[in-house]
Design a protein around this ligand. Structure first.
Ligand SMILES: Cc1cc2nc3c(=O)[nH]c(=O)nc-3n(C[C@H](O)[C@H](O)[C@H](O)COP(=O)(O)O)c2cc1C
Length: 216
């Protein structure tokens, strides 16, 4: 079959152009947190993703040169802390300074908190959602090592859970990372299955938005 010729696209070299990405603050600590080389640390990570539902699993990719790489490889634990607008400055800072040289929890005035299900890695108290992860495998890919991990617990700020038990993440003003810049998530464009939802279901979920705006 002959496909159309793409005349309005420019060919680029292969690159990591998958966008937008979540940007998260990954916290960790060594087995001996009193040892300053293994104290609680935070690394900003954009190479992260959900990779399995049952059991719930995620990945993070870290360069071997990162201080956090050694800590997480040794402890087998980390916490993914979601980043809202109020944390974005700290998130950037933790992505440009190394825990080898300073205590980033102290520098950013963040609070290490016990992370459910984990022994060593602390959660970031100021983050709206903490995802406790236990490393299952580490795979060398090239520039980065891929850490596959199982989610063993999740803690969500109670004010983000409504009376019906729904987690209202839109209230967390979460950030996304797109081609070198941070953005705050904005307009709701639809919901899972909205393209085939009944007008009543659409109206209920999309309060105020007319059904005519649905994509065909
Ligand atoms: C927005 C952003 C995203 C980043 N994503 C990653 C990543 O996915 N993997 C990685 O190894 N480094 C990533 N970095 C770089 C590390 O966060 C940075 O080198 C940090 O200083 C390492 O801290 P550490 O030495 O204390 O572990 C990112 C930095 C920024 C600012």
């Amino acid at each position: 079959m002959a496909f159309m010729i793409n005349r309005d696209k420019t060919s680029l070299p292969p690159a990591t152009l998958l966008n937008p990405l979540p940007v998260v603050m990954v916290s960790c600590a060594g087995k001996d947190p009193e040892d300053s080389a293994r104290r609680p640390n935070i690394i900003t990570v954009a190479w992260t993703g959900t990779v399995n539902s049952e059991p719930p699993m995620v990945s993070i990719s870290l360069r071997r040169s990162r201080h956090s790489h050694g800590i997480i490889a040794a402890s087998g634990e980390f916490v993914i802390n979601l980043v809202g607008r109020s944390l974005i400055r700290s998130c950037d800072y933790c992505g440009v300074r190394s825990g080898r040289d300073e205590d980033k929890f102290a520098a950013c005035r963040l609070t290490p908190a016990a992370a459910a299900g984990l022994r060593y890695a602390p959660a970031i108290h100021e983050s709206p959602v903490n995802v406790s992860c236990r490393v299952r495998s580490i795979t060398e890919l090239g520039s980065h090592d891929l850490f596959l991990a199982e989610i063993v617990a999740v803690a969500c700020r109670s004010s983000l859970i409504d009376a019906a038990g729904k987690i209202c993440l839109e209230k967390a003003r979460l950030a996304a990372y797109c081609h070198g810049e941070y953005f705050q998530l904005g307009e709701v464009l639809g919901f899972f299955g909205f393209s085939v939802a009944s007008p009543a279901a659409y109206a209920r979920r999309m309060k105020g938005k007319s059904a005519q705006k649905r994509s065909k």
